[in-house]
Ligand binder design. Sequence first.
Ligand code: ATP
Length: 334
Amino acid sequence: MVRLQGVTKRFGAVTAVEDVDVTVEAGEIVAVLGPSGCGKTTLLRLIAGFEAPDAGSVHVERRVVAGPAWVPPERRHVGMVFQDYALFPHRTVADNVGFGLARARRGRRVPEVLALVGLDGQGGRYPHELSGGQQQRVALARALAPEPATILLDEPWSNIDPLLRGSMRAEVVEILRRAGTTAVVVTHDQEEAFSVADRIVLLRDGRVVQAGAPEAVYTSPVDRWAATFVGAANFVVGDVSDGRVATPLGTFVVDRETGGRVEVLVRPELLELLPAPTGSAQVVGREFRGHDVFYRIVLADGETVFAHRPSNEVVPLGARVDVRLHDRAPVVFG
Ligand code: ATP
């Protein structure tokens, strides 16, 4: 549905997007995830047609829209939901939603799309009379009204109260699924990307670091940066030989035969703490976080690791413990 091939975009000396390849299949929700300034918004603007690439091509629905040809934004069949929603404050909800439609289509399509986003009968209200979540749904309705094949959403939940964010995300995803729309969502929040996306495109300094299902990106990050960006991570030293890696947490099977000294990624929630008076490790820090507790543990060899455990499990500060790594082939770097 959307395809970027070798796309580069520069602003003076800054290369905002560099040699990017991304494919978005029909009906997919793809999250473009990365830290501030990594080029996420520029990528979205290149798809929408608000920016032109310096190299490479952009395809929408199998048609070249940028590169060897140029199709202006209004003819790309792509809808956009902006971070601040960009609603017209002095127009009613119905006028906002009908804005991009031919006059003859408005009478039927506006109520239809308002129903789709759960705002039936609200067409006569003004944006300031609506909650943030309702305003977002108006922005989504406006983007969906011309029945675009693809919707682009730029940090759509960053202005929503953190307590409501989870339910708003679920609501928007449900609306997109119901409409059968392909969507590209830009976010810097890994939890947000995990919860909404079928696939994540992880971006750093304008380049794609990794693309894959949320589970794959979390459990098999391609490098140390990716591992740290998408979640809490411990790295312990390991020695690989004969398809096994020896670490301070035990010896595990790995999918490489040789390698010598490596770094082993250990997610904190995969560490189990077994209190024992003769335990080889010790709890030296304990932070209660509500649904879980963060522990700082010093291992027998002096290395420090973090463990996240459910809060119904209580291990006191200072306790001696044996640390067991949940049995899963660990990811090694180096
Ligand atoms: P954020 O999450 O902070 O919005 P982002 O990942 O969306 O960041 P972009 O806004 O795409 O990043 O910016 C990528 C880089 O390109 C940044 O260094 C930014 O300063 C630069 N940039 C973006 N737009 C322009 C512009 N119109 N003129 C000059 N530089 C720009």
